[in-house]
Design a binder for this molecule. Structure first.
Ligand SMILES: Nc1ncnc2c1ncn2[C@@H]1O[C@H](COP(=O)(O)OP(=O)(O)OP(=O)(O)O)[C@@H](O)[C@H]1O
Length: 234
């Protein structure tokens, strides 16, 4: 579904991504792990054209989307839940969820709507008229995910969704991610929370200095003490 081949991304003269390749299939959760500053956010930003890769190719459902403007990438079926949630704090829940509607595509078979989104996050239905800034951290994360879902993506990119959240909330977020994948979505999950990533994902990548240095099943990574010590500081 999502195919990334040999991406090289720079910020000015700083070479951040060094030939990153990955594939996320329909119904799969692929987790990306790595220490701070290894390029995980740059990777998801490159996929949605927030950062412009100098070389490399990105394909969605076999169609080349490299370098397209972000709004076109969203229309074609990729949505990003950014690190730090970035909800519109002064707007209500329902207003936050109404903003992405212009991005919904008419050309794809897209069954996502507000009702389906509220079924995934019933708490948000109850809070629909509340200002996003007054929601708890966990509810804001749900809102950020819901805002991505209403665009009806085939591929969901999640940048550290567990950051700063209590373990019980993290468990709930993990379960939602697994359900979305079971429904056919392809999910790229950037995480610092090792346990959450391993519980949620079907396969895991480890990045170091802008390169993928390991890819395996969660079980194999859990048992690989050398990779954990060398690249994840565990
Ligand atoms: N807009 C930018 N301009 C210049 N350098 C940047 C920019 N954004 C990130 N960087 C640098 O690129 C490198 C990779 O950053 P990135 O945010 O992709 O890492 P990360 O793995 O997501 O880290 P974190 O877990 O802290 O979010 C870092 O050295 C960072 O300082």
């Amino acid at each position: 579904m999502l195919e990334v081949t040999e991406l090289n991304t720079y910020y000015g003269y700083s070479h951040i991504l060094h030939g990153v390749s990955l594939t996320v299939k329909q119904g799969e959760v692929l987790a990306v792990l790595g220490r701070n500053g290894v390029g995980k956010t740059t990777l998801v930003h490159s996929i949605v054209s927030f950062a412009k890769p100098a070389t490399g190719r990105i394909k969605l459902n076999r169609e080349e989307i490299t370098g397209l403007p972000t709004h076109q990438i969203v229309r074609k079926g990729i949505a990003l839940v950014p690190q730090g949630r970035r909800v519109f704090r002064s707007l209500s829940v329902i207003e936050n969820l109404s903003i992405p509607f212009p991005c919904q595509t008419k050309t794809r078979d897209n069954s996502w709507d507000l009702e389906k989104t509220f079924q995934v996050f019933p708490t948000l239905r109850a809070r629909r008229d509340q200002r996003a800034g007054n929601l708890s951290g966990g509810e804001q994360q749900m809102l950020a995910m819901a805002r991505a879902l209403v665009s009806g993506p085939d591929v969901l990119l999640l940048d550290e969704p567990s950051e700063g959240l209590a373990p019980l909330i993290v468990k709930g977020i993990s379960e939602v991610i697994q359900k979305l994948a079971a429904g056919g979505m392809a999910i790229l999950l950037v995480e610092q929370n090792f346990n959450m990533a391993l519980k949620t994902a079907h396969s895991v990548l480890v990045m170091s200095r802008g390169q993928i240095v390991h890819q395996s099943t969660p079980q194999d990574l859990a048992a690989n003490h050398e990779i954990k010590a060398r690249y994840l500081g565990m």
